[in-house]
Ligand binder design. Structure first.
Ligand code: SF4
Length: 96
């Protein structure tokens, strides 16, 4: 069960999570991405990022608020189809 970065990260990208992750599985291309993404295959479920985030944007996948449940798909998708993930982030930002 990986952790997931949800809507509050969009257009903020604080980066505190990146520096505390012990396995470097939080990534973004800052030239194009509007949030960071957690690699579900790399995450070891330590929870360090959740407590480091100043925006309360990070949740265990099974504890995501229902309105942000689709961010589990967005984070996982970014690692195989970043364009699709970015499109979904744009949609989530527009709906917020
Ligand atoms: Fe990295 Fe731990 Fe957060 Fe997973 S839970 S993304 S391993 S800091």
């Amino acid at each position: 069960m990986a952790y997931v970065i949800a809507e509050p990260c969009i257009d903020d990208r604080d980066q505190s999570c990146v520096s505390v992750c012990p396995v470097d599985c939080i990534t973004a291309d800052l030239s194009v991405d509007r949030k960071f993404y957690i690699d579900p295959d790399g995450c070891i479920d330590c929870g360090s990022c959740e407590s480091a985030c100043p925006n309360q944007a990070i949740f265990r996948a099974d504890e995501l608020p229902p309105a942000w449940a689709h961010f589990e798909w967005i984070d996982a998708t970014w690692y195989r189809d970043p364009g699709a993930a970015r499109q979904a982030v744009d949609g989530a930002a527009a709906a917020a």
